[in-house]
Ligand binder design. Sequence first.
Ligand code: FES
Length: 105
Amino acid sequence: AKITYIGFDGEENVLDVENGRSVMQGAVSEGLRGIIGDCAGSCSCATCHVYVDPAWFDKLAEPSEMEAILLEEVCDPQPTSRLSCQITVSDALDGLVVRMPEKQV
Ligand code: FES
């Protein structure tokens, strides 16, 4: 599915991320700045924080308790904040837009 990543500086990258991979993995495998993914997706580092475009936010599965706790610790959390390693790409998310924060934790 096509995922649009918008950097803090406004740079936009549209990547074709394979279904079943996470939004974090898609970014890291292309070396995009702005998403780090220190824990490789085990929901423990919060360095994959993104702001999901409001139009897409309700289409995502609810965050797990662990993700919700970690989200409270990210820099500058906003109502549509999510950890991108917990967003699994599927056809339903084709066109998803996420913005990267100024910095990760
Ligand atoms: Fe560590 Fe997402 S990659 S919490």
